[in-house]
Design a protein around this ligand. Sequence first.
Ligand code: MG
Ligand code: ZN
Length: 359
Amino acid sequence: MTYRLFLFIALSFLLLQCTPTQGENKSDPKPEVKNVILLIGDGMGVSQVYSGITANKSLNMEKAQFVGLSKTYSANDYITDSAAGGTALATGTKTNNGAIGVDENGNAVKSILEYAAENGLSTGLVASCAITHATPASFVAHQLKRGMQEEIAVDFVNSDITLFIGGGRKYFVDREDKQNLLPQLEAKGFKVALDMESVMNTESGKLAALIADEHPATYPERGEFLPESVGKALELLKDNEKGFFLMVEGSQIDWGGHANEVEYTVNEVIDFDRAVKVAFDFADQNPGTLVVVTADHETGAMSITGGDLSKGEVNVSWGSSGHSAIMVPVFSYGTAAIEFAGIYENTDIFKKILELYNF
Ligand code: MG
Ligand code: ZN
């Protein structure tokens, strides 16, 4: 007994000596964040989330530990598009609608993914649309217009990203300049995967997965694409001792909103939420992981005018076939989740993550 007590005291003393002071300011210690998973439901406002909760009885998003609200306006418009919205989240800079990873004057601004890569972390993007589309593009590309998807594909080749999984193959192979970018990706050490079987049997290393010519199908037609891709991405990224940054986009919630189709919207929210579960489960098993679930803007000015919880039905009224200006939710989970409580600018999400990584 005395020996055990001695060992306990000695170990406690050693632990106290070895515990590093976290952050620069000792009076304000921030928990150490190693991995960040940022999930963006494109066009996902509170009505979209609650429609999903009603239709599905519950969503994993409800397990969020803290909730915030983000103001989404862009540099030149009260209502943002996904390019300016993605750029705000990725780079902490409000820019003009349509711009990808550049400021109002067209100057490139560094993204959180680029900061992470620079600091030796692994990085990844998963999207249920073309990987060159506005939201994922904002994290690696720097182009004046979101429509410049062939230029954005070149930015992917020239980036330091570890892996990406989505659609958009045609922007890499069927190009105006007749170049085929796939051999260039292979020359940079990527395994190129053109279907999910090839994605799922990847065991390590860099991965460039272009599983659709343009966009993956809608849900449920595309099956397990999104949650499986997120699971595989996490498996590959966690190999890095220094940590990782992963952005996951539920891209088509927005398209359900533009079409003013409740079923399309709700199905996409439910699928996106399955990816949220994969991220939350990873955070439970891997201390030092922060998960942030948010949106770039709301789409459709969707309101719920009635419904039935027992039948899982919602009655919806749409105020627009475009985006709206309403604030969007930010759900946070895991290490340092409390930092995302409150009401703030979309650009603050970048700033908070950058600060928590302590780069
Ligand atoms: Mg998008
Ligand atoms: Zn949209």
